[in-house]
Design a protein. Structure first.
Length: 162
């Protein structure tokens, strides 16, 4: 299903796809950009993943979890998404799909296209995507190119996006 609130954005990052992939999936880049959370789980289709980090349940709060749909390093990562159990009683019913597509766009250049779509009806984070994802994607770009992620906006956080 596709709706007017599906989100897609493309950014160009001055690095090879393998470097961008590592920033997205590796502990250091994930922690720097994703509000202190790290991506845990095997990136193998059919396996479970979680973004875990500081939150209302302590340092091991599960902010987002889901299933790996596709993983082809350093080219494609597609995941289902559910808000963490601490945020919504009906977390298992709330879902969307996140797709990270990386293409080499020249020497030392990656074209990253991110899509967040296939929203379940009433998913509370759907309306926030137009604000949250541009910041996250810009922060990944900054992190890869300069070694510094963008500061977290005061009103955002992993909890705000779920």
């Amino acid at each position: 299903m596709s709706t007017e609130t599906d989100f897609q954005m493309t950014v160009y990052i001055a690095a090879e796809p393998a470097v961008v992939w590592e920033a997205i999936t590796g502990e250091e880049g994930s922690r720097a950009v994703m509000w202190g959370s790290v991506l845990r789980g095997d990136l193998v289709p059919g396996s479970r993943y979680e973004y875990v980090g500081p939150g209302q349940d302590g340092d091991e709060t599960v902010h987002v979890y889901g299933e790996v749909l596709q993983a082809e390093p350093p080219r494609l990562l597609q995941l289902t998404e559910h808000p963490g159990p601490t945020y919504r009683e009906n977390h298992a019913e709330l879902t969307s799909r996140m797709t990270w597509e990386l293409e080499r766009a020249g020497e030392g250049l990656t074209r990253l296209t991110f899509t967040n779509d296939q929203w379940s009806p009433g998913h509370p984070a759907q309306g926030d995507t137009a604000e949250t994802w541009p910041h996250v994607l810009s922060s990944f770009k900054s992190y890869v190119e300069t070694g510094r992620a963008l500061p977290f906006p005061a009103t955002e956080g992993a909890a705000a996006s779920v």
